[in-house]
Design a protein around this ligand. Structure first.
Ligand code: ADP
Length: 326
């Protein structure tokens, strides 16, 4: 029986557990023996590789995180440890691997593939949605829904107390989470690296809104800008509005996977496994304009991700300080 393994590398996302469930079920459908590698590349080096069965994945579809855990591994960057990892797979007869991770993980896998001959397919998985070559990364929809719920809850308390809330979202250098969240939750201010705005220019606009009765503000700020505290202080000193900071932090990574992430997990795994069975040896399964397609590691890892121009234009228009809406 041919053998196939799966691992999670880098930051975990909600949607990994549904992916594991589909992986086990579809492997059996295809007549393959599925294996789990625990703790990412660390587990590959330390031989934490176990046969996976139906009962391992029963009941996990609704849980965030990943049952087989994820990890970063400094050792995997060294050829000597990658050789040990390859040996651990080969002695079990495993020649195919699915990797849920980001571009760093795929870069590591490509080296591993060239040295060992082990075939892999990457599935873009990060809430930051910052992988070049794919419109969608697993986990993003769940993260957006968690942010949406948080912002909706904060608006209730903000309006009750006449406060400004400055909400910082994750995303590393990418403003995707902040921008989509700000647009879809009706924020008054959105600060992301892709749309340079001098936030002090909002002063006149916000003052006129206050005169017209506005009694709260919601500002959504990407962690990339590192100015959350500064923005909060600006609300207090320049607008006389009591201000609170909410760092959403790691809550954005957890939680019950949305229907969309569950479905995407199932589709990503199906395509990845089919690709490996068709003989693909080192690719990433990407999602563009409602279609799945395989890309090379260079296509996803060589260039930084750029936000969709249409989304940026929407944000530019919505959050222009000159546009004063109630
Ligand atoms: P992500 O996959 O989310 O981009 P990282 O960049 O932290 O996350 O990469 C995850 C892991 O992938 C690293 O801890 C390391 O083990 C491996 N990795 C990343 N880059 C390389 C590389 N150039 N060579 C070998 N392994 C790498």
């Amino acid at each position: 029986m041919e053998k196939i393994a799966i691992l999670c590398s880098g930051g975990d996302v909600s949607g990994m557990n549904p992916a594991l469930k589909r992986f086990v079920e579809y492997a059996y459908v295809q007549g393959l023996q599925p294996y789990f590698v625990f703790d990412g590349y660390e587990g590959l080096i330390d031989n934490r590789i176990h046969e996976a069965h139906y009962h391992d994945v029963s009941g996990i579809v609704s849980r965030g995180g990943t049952k087989i855990r994820s990890a970063r591994s400094a050792r995997f960057k060294e050829a000597s440890f990658r050789a040990i990892a390859a040996e651990n797979l080969k002695k079990r007869g495993i020649s195919k691997l699915i990797v849920l991770g980001g571009d760093g993980s795929f870069r590591g896998m490509e080296r591993f593939h060239h040295e060992s001959g082990i075939a892999f397919c990457g599935i873009p998985s990060t809430i930051d949605n910052d992988i070049n070559g794919t419109d969608y990364c697993l986990g993003v929809d769940t993260a957006l829904n968690i942010i949406k719920n948080a912002v909706d809850a904060l608006r209730d308390t903000a309006s009750s107390f006449r406060r400004a809330f400055v909400i910082e979202t994750m995303g590393r250098n990418c403003g995707y989470l902040a921008l989509v969240s700000a647009i879809t939750s009706g924020a008054e201010m959105c600060l992301v690296p892709e749309i340079p705005i001098d936030y002090t220019e909002y002063k006149g606009c916000f003052e006129s809104q206050i005169r017209n009765g506005r009694d709260y503000f919601i500002a959504i700020v990407s962690e990339a800008l590192q100015n959350t505290k500064e923005v909060s202080e600006w609300f207090e000193t320049e607008l006389g509005f009591e201000s609170r900071i909410t760092l959403l932090g790691h809550v954005q990574r957890g939680g019950n996977p949305t229907v969309y992430d569950r479905l995407m997990a199932y589709k990503f795994i199906t395509y990845a496994m089919n690709g490996l069975l068709e003989g693909r040896t080192n690719s990433v399964i990407c999602y563009n304009k409602s279609h799945f397609n395989f890309k090379t590691i260079d296509e996803v890892a060589l260039n930084p991700y750029r936000l969709d121009e249409e989304l940026v234009n929407l944000g530019r228009e919505q959050f222009a300080p000159s546009r004063c809406q109630m």
